[in-house]
Design a protein around this ligand. Structure first.
Ligand code: NAD
Length: 467
């Protein structure tokens, strides 16, 4: 278990330390290195110094090293998945899914190329476009997917020739330090740096004048600060922010069949997924039945330490979020009818009983804000246009789902939802070659797909006279 940061090719101790807490126990299980301002400066300087040589290497050379990183991590995937559960809390199978997903993601990016291309040619001129890397990238990530969020950023940033400073969330630094340990053996000094903070270096890092591009995933509130801090230097910024995704259930589905899909979509990773289902809208004709089905699933769900066999829902990842979710429960008890759950579990760690709430007004906090926990409000509707308007009445627009026995009807509704991605009769299918990101205040830019890779480059046009 590596506890050291990666700066300029060396695994180093920190100027300070940081305790890492297992959310299933509420107790620290590791103490890791933590950077101060001087180590942040050293990391940025190392990345800046490494950039000229790294950016001149070919895609093949850079991709080969990213592939080696994927292989090295895969050889230790069981260890990493266990570590992920320990620091983040998710059940073992979900942790392994995240690890495998991150490895595949690295391999996908390792295979990507942006070759120069002739975009226009006639008797008089040939116009060539190629893409050049931007420089030093700050990759700032949240605590809900501490491995996958890092691979999602370092893969495209490195293959396109940028150098990187990765800064994980302070409550989940271990997966990033795991990557650091293997990367130290593969990449030239300074190409990938990993630093840990105490929620104090994200600001200075993203505002640093030597950072050319910020790729940030986190809350909308912090995203606004990152956006503002990039203005002076006109930084390139990608923001993947919060969501409050609606699931719209049409009147032609079977409540019994659809309920497990909705429940999983809301409760996966204890609801701590940007794209989790955060509000369910059901027609009056099946409302009560659907609520009862969801409540039964909540009562039956096994909530436990993710390391224990059979656990379906783990703890909330950290104390601050746990207290925030308890606040939403209070709101739910006051404004709605709690059908299942509704409280913390009487045990150590940050466990909350999966909660289903009905008859809650659209104005309630649980409906308007992002709960990011295992609590789902179910709202009734009579008219499809009205429910589309209610679903769209949000500052967020990250994802959403529509559920119908008739695909065409489902697609018709999906087309009217103002979000980056809307799934019909499925959820959380995110191929790496498909762009993903937010509408409205859920973000700016896209990750994945060609756009997600291009975001780490700029176009460079050579326009030559032929006659
Ligand atoms: P957060 O905004 O509190 O923190 C995210 C990261 O930003 C952390 O590494 C943190 O240390 C850092 N940070 C803190 N202050 C900063 C500052 N002033 N400048 C720069 N960086 C700073 O978010 P969180 O609570 O860790 O994550 C949960 C949020 O992330 C939820 O809103 C969730 O929806 C969102 N999220 C979005 C996506 C997406 O792809 N859209 C994916 C996962 C999570």
């Amino acid at each position: 278990m590596n506890t050291k940061m990666l700066i300029n090719g060396e695994l180093v101790d920190g100027a300070g330390t940081l305790d890492v807490v297992n959310p299933a126990t509420g107790k620290a299980f590791a103490t890791v290195a933590r950077a101060d301002d001087a180590q942040l400066e050293a990391a940025v300087a190392a990345a800046k110094a490494a950039f000229p040589a790294w950016s001149k290497r070919t895609y093949e050379e850079r991709g080969a090293m990213i592939g080696q990183l994927a292989d090295a991590i895969e050889a230790r995937k069981d260890e990493l998945a266990q570590l992920l559960t320990r620091e983040q809390g998710k059940p073992a199978a979900q942790a392994m899914g995240e690890v495998i997903g991150g490895i595949y993601q690295l391999r996908f990016y390792a295979s990507q190329r942006h070759e120069p291309q002739v975009i226009k040619e006639d008797a008089k001129a040939r116009i060539l476009e190629h893409r050049t890397p931007l420089g030093v990238v700050a990759a700032v990530t949240p605590w809900n997917f501490p491995f996958l969020m890092v691979t999602q950023k370092i893969g495209p940033a490195l293959v396109t020739g940028n150098t990187v400073i990765a800064k994980p969330a302070p409550t989940t630094p271990m997966c990033a330090l795991f990557i650091a340990e293997e990367a130290a053996k593969i990449f030239p000094a300074g190409v990938l740096n990993v630093i840990v903070d105490e929620n104090d270096l994200g600001g200075p890092l993203t505002a640093h004048p030597d950072i050319a591009k910020v790729s940030f995933t986190g809350s909308t509130g912090t995203g606004r600060k990152v956006y503002a801090s990039g203005a002076d230097a006109l930084k390139r910024i990608t923001l993947e922010l919060g969501g409050n995704d609606a699931a719209i259930v049409l009147d032609d589905v079977s409540p019994k069949e659809i309920a497990p899909k909705l429940f999983n979509g809301a409760m996966i990773n204890a609801g701590q997924v940007c794209l989790a289902i955060k509000r369910v809208y059901a027609p009056a004709s099946i409302y009560d039945e659907l609520c009862d089905e969801l409540a039964q699933l909540a009562k039956d769900a096994v909530v436990d330490d993710g390391a224990n066999q059979g656990a379906q829902i783990g703890p909330v990842q950290n104390k601050m979020q746990y207290e925030k979710v308890l606040g939403f429960l209070e709101d739910a008890r006051e404004n709605g009818t709690v059908l299942a759950g509704g409280d913390r579990l009487d045990r150590d760690g940050y466990f909350i009983a999966p909660t289903v709430v009905k008859d809650i007004p659209d104005s309630a906090r649980l409906v308007r804000e992002e709960q990011f926990g295992p609590v789902i409000p179910v709202l009734k509707y009579d008219d499809i246009d009205d429910v589309i308007a209610r679903a769209n009445d949000s500052e967020y627009g990250l994802g959403g789902t529509v559920w119908s026995a008739d695909l065409d009807r489902g697609v018709e509704v999906a087309m009217k939802i103002d979000s980056g991605t809307v799934w019909v009769n499925k959820h959380l299918d995110l191929p790496f070659d498909v762009p993903f990101g937010g509408a409205k205040q859920s973000g700016i830019g896209r990750e994945g797909g060609d756009e997600g890779i291009s975001a780490y480059t700029q176009k460079h046009v050579i326009n030559m006279a032929l006659s």
